[in-house]
Ligand binder design. Structure first.
Ligand SMILES: C[S@@+](CC[C@H](N)C(=O)[O-])C[C@H]1O[C@@H](n2cnc3c(N)ncnc32)[C@H](O)[C@@H]1O
Length: 219
């Protein structure tokens, strides 16, 4: 099983990839909603706990979506309700609703939507966004990606995440035994996700699985 992460611009990486070299792209690009304006309002967190975010000021350019659809057979795109017109084949009957449940984080959405290229009914997954030891301002739970891989991937699939952030997708892919390639442009986030991934895999090896992550935080 291959699990690789690169500290580089995903646009640069995708340009040199052959067509359909990934089975499934699960991506969470910037939504263009300027999350810095909302940061620091989470209960118990101060603004200074994260550096100022500018990467969320605009969504990716149209070329990003053209390339993503070219290099992968299927796509799951978080935040697509903010930029659906940029997706080449925007029509979809199959959206995923991640319901975060009751949230005291008033400035953040209580659910998130992901556009998918699958021809299936839409699904809702209820899962708290609370996570111990967060390392990224928009970190998604490993359990969310685990659910996605369980329902939309099969053994042997090659997974792409163009916007790694905290690396939750990478950890879930490793746990699921799926080949994975991820990209993160920011060196600090990249280093932090690398450390998190190494810690996770080391602990899983030590305890024979079932240790670390945020898998149990359902509601
Ligand atoms: C919405 S966050 C991803 C959060 C992630 N899903 C998680 O669970 O932690 C988007 C990430 O994409 C990174 N990014 C922005 N533009 C990028 C690019 N062109 N190539 C690779 N990464 C990029 C940002 O630094 C940020 O960490």
């Amino acid at each position: 099983m291959e699990n690789r992460a690169f500290n580089m611009d995903c646009m640069e990486a995708m340009r040199s990839m052959p067509d359909q070299c990934f089975d499934l792209a699960v991506v969470d690009p910037p939504y263009g909603i300027k999350i810095s304006n909302n940061m620091g309002r989470r209960k118990g967190e101060r603004p200074s706990e994260y550096k100022k975010v500018t990467w969320d000021d605009t969504p990716p350019p149209p070329e990003y979506f053209t390339e993503l659809v070219r290099v992968s057979k299927n796509q799951i795109i978080f935040g697509a309700n903010h930029f659906v017109s940029l997706i080449p084949a925007a029509d979809s009957s199959c959206w995923i609703c991640w319901d975060k449940g009751f949230s005291s984080e008033v400035s953040f959405a209580s659910f998130e939507l992901a556009w998918t290229s699958f021809d299936r009914p839409s699904k809702r997954v209820a899962l708290s966004s609370a996570q111990a030891g967060r390392i990224h301002p928009t970190q998604k739970p490993v359990a969310l990606y685990a659910w996605i891989f369980q329902h939309y991937a099969k053994q042997g699939d090659r997974i792409l995440d163009t916007h790694l952030g905290s690396g939750s997708s990478r950890i879930a892919a490793w746990d699921a035994g799926l080949d994975f390639t991820g990209y993160e442009i920011d060196p600090e986030y990249f280093e932090a996700q690398e450390k998190r991934f190494q810690q996770h895999t080391a602990q899983m090896s030590l305890f024979g699985g079932g240790g670390v992550s945020d898998y149990n935080i359902h509601f």
